[in-house]
Design a protein around this ligand. Structure first.
Ligand SMILES: *Cc1c(COP(=O)(O)O)cnc(C)c1O
Length: 414
């Protein structure tokens, strides 16, 4: 569910036409719907009401301060993976008592920074990391709360770059190793086990992998309790899929109906870490057609957004629906929508049937709110796009377009 729709012959975000936003703010342009962000959070929050829970939005999906502020105001917690993300969440008004810190490579500086802000817990991925956290907490004369990330060895049936819960992935510990570490950790004076965490992958479009993994996790929590390790938190990660094309992912209600029966059996507070589900379909990328180019075998539509703006098609072979902001009448033609970057992988969509287009027309790339701007780069010395937040009939720039001066500012070579 999202608040993009065609009205009066053009595509709107809430009550504003995307064409008008593109004309006002320029392209490429990321547009987000505040109403959709709130809607996604509230649907999931309501569906999960039968279990005591906190939704910790996965910041890496879209870390714009306005997006974080929106979720903070709704009462969300946050799942962070770097000190930089912690800075952002604090700046956006996020509550440290609802921040969890994941990632396989936390540095000493990042750990110290998070300890100073007294975040809820660290998700640890190795014994070495736990010992480092314990030592840093000792130096700060405090006690670090932690969860061990377990790797349940469940196949999430998603793209191999975004599956994380199989034993061949770098993430988490197998149950046996995690159990041994919980028992050994009882002796640590500056680190206290408060929960267990998992995250099995991203863009998961059925409930079965979640149910399988959560069932294993629940058995593990009960086994630990019997061994004298009582955990207050069970964090089941994120990964809920969205509709990009013809997927049929579970709705918030369907997801909850599948996982709540297992989670209810646990005397624990449950954390969820959705990223894509919250922001993916709340954002679009608007781009302007520059040239139409026909070769012996293909028709290309060359636009002003490239893989530096949205890398998902190039990196994950991801599909994003593309449609004109103001469709012209006429027969559809099959085209490749490509960017200006000097890479053959620089495309937004291949073999798409689109209505007739002219240079100057605007195209809307759907479902670009997650891992869109957040993964953008300055490759080819391209300033990153502006970001606009729409609420009803109001729009505001929540990140101005970068300038060439911004790009050069950190360089000291002359
Ligand atoms: C990336 C990530 C998430 C969010 O994943 P989505 O697929 O965007 O929901 C949640 N938890 C952890 C630990 C992650 O690394």
């Amino acid at each position: 569910m999202d608040r993009y729709a065609t009205k009066h012959g053009e595509v709107y975000c809430e009550d504003l036409p995307l064409r008008a936003l593109a004309q006002q703010y320029g392209t490429p342009l990321y547009v987000y719907s505040a109403g959709t962000l709130a809607d996604h959070f509230q649907r999931l929050d309501r569906a999960l009401a039968p279990v005591a829970h906190t939704i910790c939005y996965a910041v890496k999906a879209n870390s714009n301060l306005a997006v974080l502020r929106t979720f903070a105001e709704l009462g969300a917690g946050f799942d962070i993976v770097s000190a930089g993300e912690l800075h952002r969440v604090l700046k956006a008004g996020g509550d440290p008592a609802r921040i969890v810190f994941a990632g396989v490579g936390k540095t000493a500086e990042e750990i110290a920074f998070a300890l100073r802000h007294n975040i809820l817990f660290f998700t640890i991925e190795s014994e070495e990391e736990l010992l480092r956290i314990n030592a840093i907490a000792a130096a700060h004369d405090t006690v670090a709360r932690f969860c061990i990330r377990v790797n349940p060895d469940v196949d999430a049936h998603t793209h191999h770059y975004i599956t994380t819960g199989k034993s061949e992935n770098k993430f988490g510990l197998p149950f046996t190793a995690a159990r041994a570490l919980y028992l050994a950790a009882k002796n640590l004076r500056h680190a206290r086990a408060v929960g267990v965490q998992m995250h099995i992958g991203s863009q998961i479009t059925t409930t079965a992998p979640f149910v399988a993994a959560i069932t294993l996790l629940a058995a593990f929590v009960n086994e630990l309790r019997a061994a004298g390790v009582a955990l207050e938190y069970v964090d089941v990660g994120g990964g809920m899929g969205i509709i990009y094309h013809d997927e049929t992912p579970p709705t918030a209600d369907e997801f909850a109906a599948a996982v709540v029966p297992v989670l209810r059996t646990l005397p624990a507070h449950v954390l969820f870490e959705p990223g894509r589900f919250m922001v993916g379909n709340a954002g679009v990328l608007v781009t302007q057609v520059q040239y139409l180019k026909t070769t012996a075998s293909k028709r290309f539509v060359i636009v002003d957004a490239g893989m530096n703006d949205l890398i998902r098609p190039a990196l994950y072979e991801a599909y994003h629906a593309i449609l004109p902001a103001v469709p012209r009448a006429g027969a559809a033609q099959v085209v490749d929508v490509v960017g200006p970057i000097c890479e053959s992988g620089d495309f937004l969509g291949l073999a798409r049937a689109l209505p007739p287009l002219e240079p100057g027309d605007y195209l809307v790339v759907r479902s670009a709110g997650a891992y869109g701007f957040a993964m953008a780069s300055n490759y080819n010395t391209r300033p990153r796009a502006a970001e606009v937040m729409v609420q009803g009939d109001q729009a505001r720039v929540v990140r101005r377009r970068e300038t060439i001066d911004d790009l050069l500012a950190a360089e000291l070579g002359l």
